[in-house]
Design a protein around this ligand. Structure first.
Ligand SMILES: NC(=O)c1ccc[n+]([C@@H]2O[C@H](COP(=O)([O-])OP(=O)(O)OC[C@H]3O[C@@H](n4cnc5c(N)ncnc54)[C@H](O)[C@@H]3O)[C@@H](O)[C@H]2O)c1
Ligand SMILES: O=P(O)(O)OC[C@@H](O)[C@@H](O)[C@H](O)[C@H](O)CO
Length: 445
């Protein structure tokens, strides 16, 4: 087996990334690779793990593009450096470089440390610790590390920069701007002002279904390519990136890979978050009750498929696209879900439901109720979530210790209180509560 090492030098770094997970390597790093005009300095979010094999293979890795009929391995060359995110001096130095114009992020929804109201949670002990330690050059949270690095960029007079969040958050540019500026403001008013005037927070819609890499994926890449690649990523052929915002210090030519630059991402974002992510969450909670562990297995079950189709029907009414315009998008989602060779575990999607449901499912439920409609497919998603919490197995959510006990109450109390955690107004809706209670009973019968 041949070792994976570069034979030509890596490209100079113009793009920095935080959160060196599978999705970054399947998406933004691929777009920068195809652009061919920039290298990336990528930093891990929490642990050094992902950086170790990548650094040992000079940042090279294979993207295994897996369609229903076969696999294609593509060597991605854009990672010029892979670093442990705890290496704060490498991190601040990278962001403070005048050659760097963009900073992308994939760190999960929970990493932005927002309170249920959506603003930075200044009562979070790690956020409070960052406020105290940033002047001394230390930070641990994502907002804290961003503030630390931007302070360093300001100090070195490296000019403006674009921050491009690629997590499934609503209005991700302004959302990330608000947590970063709030944390900076708690450290220094002039730093917050510098960030507001010099950092462009770009909003993005990002889409490419990318499950966690397994040992058999690693073995398959070895047999397909002849290289001992310890860090490949498996993804689907489909990819989408829609961006809105300014790039005051330039950017890689992401349009070469098909990225689209628009004035407003909202319609694309709603279409993706409600149809794709909303139906993903519905399946993640309700389909295990019918014995399914993956998206492909769930959509092969006519009952689960009907849930997805009725969720699409419901959500489509509130999207700013006509039905004929949405039809191909919806059909392509089902086709993507059916790909039997992409093993997308429902348990991976089920993580952090208290943060995801308010973005993916509740906007549709709320609008349906305001229109006098009973959102039955939304009730399946919510009842499934409550059943998941009640089971209490493999619940990964920052609020798990509060939510699991609430789910153990009698059906009506559990539904009312858990709905109240997500949205106080919906918890007053007696008709909706009784439909969710009925659905919970049906699902768990
Ligand atoms: N996988 C997909 O299909 C997909 C598609 C679109 C968007 N996304 C977005 O990308 C994110 C990452 O997905 P992934 O597939 O790369 O997952 P992953 O598990 O491979 O990587 C997660 C990354 O986030 C970092 N991270 C997690 N919690 C953190 C924290 N509290 N602080 C700092 N860093 C933290 C990890 O260190 C890691 O780098 C998702 O949460 C989602 O918002 C994923
Ligand atoms: O990545 P998460 O955890 O925000 O959500 C899980 C899935 O819904 C998500 O990863 C989708 O596969 C993705 O958003 C498709 O582009």
């Amino acid at each position: 087996m041949a070792p994976l090492v570069r034979s030509t030098p890596a490209l100079p770094v113009r793009h920095v990334h935080l959160g060196l997970g599978a999705f970054h390597r399947a998406h933004q790093a691929w777009y920068t690779h195809v652009a061919g005009d920039a290298g990336i300095a990528a930093f891990t979010g929490r642990r050094p793990d992902a950086a170790v094999p990548l650094a040992a293979q000079d940042g090279l890795y294979h993207l295994l593009v897996r369609s229903a009929s076969g696999d294609r391995a593509e060597l991605v060359t854009s990672l010029s450096g892979a670093y442990d995110g705890a290496d704060l001096s490498a991190w601040t130095e990278a962001v403070a470089s005048p050659s760097v114009g963009v900073l992308t992020l994939t760190v999960t929804e929970a990493a932005y440390r927002r309170s249920p109201s959506g603003s930075l949670d200044l009562s979070d002990p790690s956020v409070a610790a960052d406020v105290a330690s940033i002047p001394g050059g230390v930070a641990q949270t994502v907002p804290g590390r961003l503030v630390l690095a931007l302070a360093s960029r300001r100090a070195s007079d490296a000019g403006p920069i674009a921050v491009v969040p690629c997590d499934n958050l609503l209005d991700n540019g302004p959302t990330v701007a608000s947590v970063v500026v709030a944390l900076a403001g708690a450290v220094s008013a002039s730093l917050a002002e510098w960030i507001s005037s010099n950092v462009s927070f770009v909003s993005t819609t990002i889409d490419r279904i990318t499950p966690a890499t397994t040992a058999s994926d690693i073995a398959e890449v070895a047999s397909l390519t002849g290289f001992a690649d310890a860090a490949p990523v498996v993804t689907e052929p489909f990819t989408e990136w829609v961006l809105a915002g300014a790039f005051p210090s330039g950017r890689p030519a992401w349009e070469v890979g098909g990225a689209r630059f628009v004035d407003d991402v909202t319609p694309f974002e709603q279409r993706k978050l409600w149809l794709l992510n909303g139906s993903h969450s519905l399946l993640a909670y309700a389909a295990p009750l019918r014995g399914h562990a993956t998206v492909a297995s769930a959509v092969a079950d006519p009952v689960c498929r009907e849930w997805v189709e009725s969720w699409f029907e419901l959500a489509s009414v509130f999207l700013p696209f006509s039905s004929p315009d949405l039809a191909p998008y919806r059909a392509s989602l089902l086709e993507r879900y059916e790909n039997p060779r992409i093993r997308h575990n429902l348990s991976q999607i089920a993580m952090d439901g208290s943060l995801k449901l308010p973005i993916r499912v509740l906007p549709v439920v709320t609008q349906a109720r305001a229109a006098g409609v009973m959102p039955l497919a939304g009730a399946v998603a919510l009842a499934g979530w409550i059943a998941h919490l009640r089971r209490g197995v493999d619940v990964r959510d920052p609020r798990a210790s509060e939510l699991i006990p609430l789910a153990q109450a009698d059906d009506e109390t559990a539904v009312r209180s858990l709905l109240g955690v997500l949205d106080a107004a919906l918890a007053e809706d007696k008709e909706l509560i009784s439909v969710i209670v009925e659905t919970l009973r049906d699902l768990t019968r």
